[in-house]
Ligand binder design. Structure first.
Ligand code: UDP
Ligand code: MG
Length: 318
């Protein structure tokens, strides 16, 4: 049987300080797997330069000429981690049987790459790299990450806890991923929608090897907002719910104002004003909610996501 061709996709944005070391480590891993005869000698490491302003691309060019497994993709401008990763994955899809995505900063343990490949050979199409703990993170990052995850799942968005973008995907899983036409990419939530047999490998996440995080709080916040608004219509439904709650209060307000009116406590004109205020408010919210339902439908339609994914077909034996 032919050994599978492995591509390791590494998005890089201003990573000049770490690239050489990253490449050393990944080369060792590939050599190790070649020695064990697990993967094809055509396997490669694909660096995607995401419009870096430092010498990242020159380093990739050098690695490409001087090292054995390196290929590179240079994006015309900075498009952000998710798009850079997608560019790499879509390129890798056509040249490999299995693809592993990993950050350039060596925070994710390269040692489990082999475990991922073994899981693939066991028949898994998607293997998640999951962090055992977040000890190396700051208190702030740890808790915002947890809050983010909880918020997402309360919005009905599936994702794997403590898993970022360190994962293995088979050729056919990438084929299916390529059918997701949405431009708001949020890979870690799209991948679980693909289906197929999946498994996880666990590792300890380390500090960044060098350089600094490209995800300051502002970016994390917009990442979270993006994640929710590109996966969930619940915020729209929420408007309708608030409208219904307001309508309930309107009924209470109705009773209260009528009693005040009958007792003679009400200034003339107050009852009608007070009641119409509540009634119009709640009707407006409910109307907005109904419009929201339709917008939610449009939103799902325009995404044009694949409606199903066939895992296997058993043809009639002749
Ligand atoms: N990255 C990228 N484009 C960007 C920002 C980041 O390709 O605009 C890459 C970066 O080089 C790294 C990965 O995405 O390989 C994750 O970024 P980082 O390590 O800064 O994020 P953190 O681990 O702090 O969440
Ligand atoms: Mg990092």
């Amino acid at each position: 049987m032919n050994k599978p061709v492995l591509s390791i996709v590494v998005p890089c944005y201003n990573e000049e300080e770490v690239l050489a070391e990253t490449n050393n480590r990944l080369t060792i891993i590939i050599d190790d797997m070649l020695a064990d005869d697990l993967i094809s000698p055509k396997s490669s490491i694909i660096y995607v330069n995401d419009g870096s302003r430092d010498s990242t691309w020159q380093i990739i060019e050098n690695l490409n000429t001087n090292e054995r497994f390196v290929s590179g993709i240079n994006l015309a401008k900075n498009v952000g981690h998710q798009y850079a990763l997608m560019a790499g994955l879509m390129y890798a899809k056509d040249v490999s049987d299995i693809t592993i995505s990993i950050d350039a900063d060596l925070q994710d343990d390269t040692q489990v790459i082999k475990a991922m490949v073994l899981e693939y050979l066991e028949g898994n199409d998607i293997v998640y790299g999951v962090r055992k703990s977040r000890k190396s993170d700051t208190f702030f990052k740890r808790n915002t990450a947890l809050g983010f995850y909880k918020l997402m799942s309360s919005m009905g968005v599936n994702s794997v806890y403590n898993h970022a973008d360190y994962r293995l995907m088979s050729h056919r899983a990438l084929e299916q991923l390529s059918l997701f036409g949405e431009s708001n990419l949020f890979l870690r939530c799209i991948v679980p929608l693909i289906g197929y047999k999946t498994s996880s490998v666990y590792y300890d996440r380390k500090e960044r090897f060098a350089g600094e995080s490209k995800y300051p709080f502002s970016k994390m916040f917009s990442f979270a907002l993006d994640g929710i608004t590109s996966f969930s219509v619940r915020p729209l439904r929420f408007i309708c719910l608030v409208g219904v709650i307001f309508l309930f209060f309107t009924i209470i307000a109705c009773i209260y104002s009528l009693i005040s009116y009958l007792k003679g406590n009400a200034v003339p004109g107050w009852t009608s004003l007070f009641l119409s205020l509540w009634l119009i408010g709640s009707l407006m919210l409910i109307s907005l909610g109904i419009i929201g339902e339709y917008i939610g439908k449009i939103y799902i339609e325009v995404k044009g996501r694949p409606r199903y994914n066939i895992e296997r077909v058993l043809e009639r034996e002749s």
